[in-house]
Design a binder for this molecule. Structure first.
Ligand SMILES: *[C@@H]1O[C@H](CO)[C@@H](O)[C@H](O)[C@H]1NC(C)=O
Ligand SMILES: *[C@@H]1O[C@H](CO)[C@@H](O)[C@H](O)[C@H]1NC(C)=O
Ligand SMILES: *[C@@H]1O[C@H](CO)[C@@H](O)[C@H](O)[C@H]1NC(C)=O
Ligand SMILES: *[C@@H]1O[C@H](CO)[C@@H](O)[C@H](O)[C@H]1NC(C)=O
Length: 293
């Protein structure tokens, strides 16, 4: 039984070695015949990107075939040193491709997001029977707009306000990263403990993608405005309420009294003196009521 297992292991190891050898052979051959590196090309939506072939004038190109998810184009040298002849082979690329007569670099204009993907150029030259393939990874990005900073989870203890800042770009963008200055922190969330001493600070969030960056800032004073204002406004609110109340209590009865007195010169005072027991008590009660109000 152990012998059997051993044999099996030896067998699989031998197999493995064979596979590794084959794999090596294949990649070595590939490496000799072509460039397996994938060259990254970043493009901006609506603008243009260039796939660099950098073919030397000494290399006499016979044909270059470009393909991606679909075929893209064939490129042949022009007659008598004229510009290369480009044959577009898919409608998606219609009127968007030009090829440099000097080095056969291909330019794709008016980039669309869906142009993103792997592009390959199969290059044939007169001096070699081997086709060389160059690979590119084209990624088309939007130019980033100004990010937005929002604050949440504001809490305050001992006049230190604890704020969580969130930074975000509007649209669903790929490969966006965020950084904060002056802290130098990475990521779209920033935790701040705002004390009255660092009111002058300004926090800036920068959003990055491979083709652009854009920033927005928020000042420390704006940050805890809610927290510092709320008790203050409540306080003043209470004060003005009290003021109105005291005005009502002091002035209103005075005015009433004044009016009563004026009237009293006519009829009321006469009534007052005429009917001391009945109505006197009644009006006295009313006046004290007014005062209490
Ligand atoms: C600050 O607020 C965050 C979010 O509410 C909370 O997780 C954290 O514990 C707070 N820190 C302090 C020191 O209050
Ligand atoms: C607030 O301040 C008081 C005294 O200054 C201190 O005892 C207390 O621990 C502080 N609370 C916090 C949460 O820092
Ligand atoms: C973001 O970039 C990394 C390489 O930096 C890449 O592997 C990944 O696929 C990218 N993500 C998107 C959504 O493009
Ligand atoms: C950030 O963007 C500005 C233009 O908005 C550009 O001039 C600058 O070079 C960019 N910075 C980096 C590091 O890409």
């Amino acid at each position: 039984m152990p012998c059997c297992v051993q044999k099996f292991i030896v067998k699989t190891m031998a197999h493995h070695h064979l596979w590794i050898l084959l794999f090596c052979l294949q990649t070595c051959l590939e490496a000799a015949g072509s460039d397996t590196d994938i060259f990254i090309v970043n493009g901006i939506l609506g603008e243009s990107a260039t796939f660099p072939l950098n073919i030397q004038p000494s290399q006499k190109v016979t044909i270059i075939s470009w393909h991606s998810k679909t075929s893209v184009a064939f490129v042949k040298p022009g007659n008598f040193g004229e510009e290369p002849i480009v044959t577009i082979t898919h409608q998606n690329y219609h009127e968007r491709i030009s090829v440099s007569g000097q080095n056969y670099n291909l330019e794709l204009r008016n980039l669309r997001i869906e142009d993103s993907g792997i592009y390959k150029a199969d290059i044939n030259v007169e001096t070699s029977k081997v086709t060389t393939t160059r690979s590119y990874n084209l990624q088309v990005y939007r130019r980033l707009e100004k990010p937005k900073i929002t604050q949440s989870f504001v809490t305050s203890v001992n006049s230190t306000c604890n704020v969580t800042l969130m930074c975000s770009v509007d649209k669903e963008e790929k490969n966006v990263t965020y950084s904060w200055s002056p802290r130098g922190e990475e990521g779209n969330v920033l935790q701040i403990f705002q004390t009255p001493d660092n009111q002058e600070e300004t926090y800036t969030c920068t959003a990055w993608n491979p083709v652009s960056n854009n920033s927005d800032s928020i000042s420390a004073q704006q940050l805890c405005a809610d927290i510092t204002m709320t008790p203050h406004t409540r306080h003043t609110g209470l004060m003005s309420g009290l003021a109105v109340l005291s005005v009502l209590i002091v002035i209103l009865p005075s005015v009433v009294l004044f009016l009563l007195c004026k009237k009293g010169e006519g009829s009321f005072l006469k009534n007052f003196s005429k009917n001391p027991d009945g109505e006197n008590q009644h009006s006295e009660q009313q006046t004290s009521w007014d005062f209490k109000l």
